[in-house]
Design a protein around this ligand. Structure first.
Ligand SMILES: [Zn+2]
Length: 97
């Protein structure tokens, strides 16, 4: 994955970048009618000029309606190859001795 690091606001040059969250009614839904699964949106905001420099959903795994069939195949293959989590007990007790 290509990683882009944003160190300053491209509009005013300030490095005072902070996170803000768009939640509740502003969630991005997996369906056009709105749905049970909606993800809050995280914005990277410039404190100096107020520009929203970058936005992304907090829960990208909720979105499974694929634009491209090749992407769907790739995601399904990756899902199958994921190591299964080991079964562990439900209750964990920590005892000080
Ligand atoms: Zn700015």
């Amino acid at each position: 994955m290509k990683k882009i690091v944003i160190e300053e606001c491209p509009y005013c040059g300030s490095d005072l970048l902070v996170y803000g969250y768009q939640t509740d009614g502003g969630n991005v839904s997996t369906d056009v009618r709105g749905s049970v699964f909606g993800s809050p949106v995280q914005h990277t905001i410039c404190r100096e000029c107020g520009s929203i420099v970058y936005s992304s959903v907090v829960k990208p795994e909720y979105f499974k309606d694929y634009v491209n069939p090749e992407v769907k195949q790739k995601m399904e293959k990756a899902e199958k190859e994921k190591p299964k989590p080991k079964k562990e007990g439900i209750l964990e007790i920590i005892v000080d001795d």
